[in-house]
Design a protein around this ligand. Structure first.
Ligand SMILES: *Cc1c(COP(=O)(O)O)cnc(C)c1O
Length: 423
C-alpha cells in the first residue's frame, strides 16, 4: 500500500513519513490523542472505505450488504458487551455528531440543554456559544466551583431547578477528577430531564473498570472511539432498549448519510482489543502515569487544578510561574513535548491566550512508558519552564526528549492478544 502511495504521490507519501517521524520523535501529551494498533490501522485502510451502507443491518438502502451487515452487527455486539449496554449505535462520524444525535433523539429544537461550560472543562458540543448546540437548543451552561476546581452538585442542582432543562449533559474534555454520574442521574430525575453522559475522554477507563460507568444512570451515553478507547476516529452512542429506535433515527437519517464502513470495521477491532486483560493493564497504567506526572509537577511547584488527578488528565494553572499557556505550549513543542494550552476554571486571561496547560498520559502509556518516564517528563517540563527564554537550552531538552523517545519505539506493530470468548 505504501509502495503504491510512494510511487503515485511522493509528495503526500513524504508528508506522511514526516508525520510518522513527528509522532515517534515527540512525547505526545495531548490527552485526547493516542496510537492505534496495526490491526486497527489495517482495518481503517481496508476496502470497506469503498462501500455505501446507508441504513442499518437488514434495513439498507443499497444492495451488496452481505459483508457490511455482519461487520456492523459484530461492532454493535462487541460494544454492547464491553459497556454492558442494551443498544449500541456505532455509526456517528465523531463525538461531536454523536452528541448532536443524542440531543436530537431526545428533545426538540429550542428546548433547554444544560452542560458544562467550555471554559470550565466542557466540550464545545455541550452548548458552548459558538457551537450549533447552543443555536439549535437553548443552552444553560453550568460552571464548576472555581475554588476547588471541582463539580459542585449543589450549584448544578440549583441551576437545574431554576431552568428545568430537558437534557443535562455530564462529561468533560478538561476535568482531572472522577465524575459522579449517579448524582447527575438523581438531579436529572428530580427536574424531569434526560441525562446524556459524554465519556469521550474516559471511555477506555470506564471499560477497564477504573472510572465508574454512566451506563446504569444515563439515558444516552455518548463517546468517541479514538481517545483512551484507542480505536479509529469515530463516535458511538449507547442506550437502553426503549430509546434504541429514537437514537438510531437521529443518527441516520437525522444527521448523517452513509456510515464510514472502514471506520466501523476498525471500531469492531478496537472493541475486541479493549476486551482483554492487556487493555485493562494499559488503562491502569495511564492513571498511574498521570499520578506520577502530577506528583512530580507538584514537587516542582506547579499548581494543578484540583491539586492533582484521578484520571488520565492534568490541568496546570501556570499563573504562579508567570508564563502564559500558549507560550509554554509552544516552548514545549520546540522541546518535542506536545501539549495544548487551555483555560483554567475562572481564568482571567482571554480564551485565545489562557493561563493553563492540559496534559494527558494515554499516548505515552501506549508506547510503554511507566512512572519513571512520567517523572522524567515532569523534569523536562520543569526545565522548559525554568528556561523559557533560553532557546539553546530548549533545543538541548528536545535532544534529551528524543533520546527518551528512541527507547520507547512507537508500537506500530503492537498486537493485543484476543481474549477467549470474544464475540
Ligand atoms: C473530543 C470530545 C468530543 C468530540 O469528539 P470529536 O470526535 O472531536 O468530534 C465530544 N465530547 C467530549 C467530552 C470530547 O472530549
Amino acid at each position: 500500500m505504501q509502495t503504491a502511495l510512494e510511487q503515485y504521490d511522493p509528495q503526500i507519501y513524504e508528508l506522511i513519513r514526516q508525520e510518522e517521524a513527528r509522532q515517534s520523535g515527540s512525547i505526545r501529551l495531548i490527552p485526547s490523542e493516542n496510537y492505534v494498533s496495526r490491526a486497527v490501522m489495517t482495518a481503517t485502510a481496508s476496502c470497506l472505505t469503498n462501500k455505501y451502507a446507508e441504513g442499518y443491518p437488514d434495513k439498507r438502502y443499497y444492495e451488496g450488504q452481505q459483508v457490511t451487515d455482519l461487520i456492523e452487527n459484530l461492532a454493535r455486539e462487541r460494544a454492547k458487551k464491553l459497556f454492558g449496554a442494551d443498544h449500541a449505535n456505532v455509526q456517528p462520524y465523531s463525538g461531536s455528531v454523536a452528541n448532536m444525535a443524542a440531543y436530537a433523539a431526545l428533545i426538540k429544537p429550542g428546548e433547554t440543554i444544560m452542560g458544562m461550560s467550555l471554559d470550565h472543562g466542557g466540550h464545545l458540543t455541550h452548548g458552548w456559544k459558538v457551537s450549533m448546540t447552543s443555536k439549535f437548543f437553548n443552552s444553560v451552561p453550568y460552571q464548576i466551583n472555581t475554588e476547588t476546581g471541582r463539580l459542585d452538585f449543589d450549584l448544578i442542582r440549583d441551576l437545574a431547578k431554576k431552568h428545568r432543562p430537558r437534557i443535562i449533559v455530564s462529561g468533560a474534555t478538561a476535568y482531572p477528577r472522577m465524575i459522579d454520574f449517579e448524582i447527575f442521574g438523581e438531579i436529572a430525575k428530580e427536574v424531569g430531564a434526560y441525562l446524556v453522559s459524554d465519556i469521550a475522554h474516559i471511555a477506555g477507563l470506564v471499560v477497564a473498570g477504573i472510572h465508574k460507568s454512566p451506563v446504569p444512570y444515563a439515558d444516552v451515553v455518548s463517546t468517541t472511539t479514538h481517545k483512551t478507547l484507542r480505536g479509529p476516529r469515530g463516535g458511538m452512542l449507547l442506550c437502553k432498549e426503549g430509546l434504541a429506535k429514537q437514537v438510531d433515527k437521529a443518527v441516520f437519517p437525522g444527521l448523517q448519510g452513509g456510515p464510514h464502513m472502514h471506520t466501523l470495521t476498525a471500531i469492531a477491532v478496537a472493541m475486541a482489543e479493549a476486551d482483554t486483560p492487556e487493555f485493562v493493564a494499559y488503562a491502569q497504567q495511564i492513571v498511574k502515569n498521570a499520578r506520577a506526572l502530577a506528583n512530580k509537577l507538584l514537587e516542582y511547584g506547579f499548581k494543578l487544578v484540583t491539586g492533582g488527578t484521578d484520571n488520565h488528565l492534568i490541568l496546570i494553572d501556570l499563573r504562579n510561574k508567570d508564563i502564559p499557556g500558549k507560550k509554554m505550549a509552544k516552548a514545549l513543542d520546540r522541546a518535542r513535548i506536545v501539549t495544548n494550552y487551555n483555560t483554567v476554571p475562572g481564568d482571567p486571561a482571554p480564551p485565545f491566550n489562557p493561563s493553563g496547560l492540559r496534559l494527558g498520559t494515554p499516548a505515552m502509556t501506549t508506547r510503554g512508558m511507566k512512572e519513571a518516564e512520567a517523572e522524567q517528563i515532569a523534569t523536562f517540563i520543569h526545565e522548559v519552564a525554568e528556561n523559557i527564554e533560553n532557546e539553546a537550552r530548549i533545543a538541548q531538552i528536545g535532544k534529551d526528549v528524543l533520546l527518551l523517545c528512541s527507547q520507547f519505539p512507537v508500537p506500530e506493530h503492537f498486537i493485543i492478544p484476543r481474549s477467549n470468548g470474544n464475540a
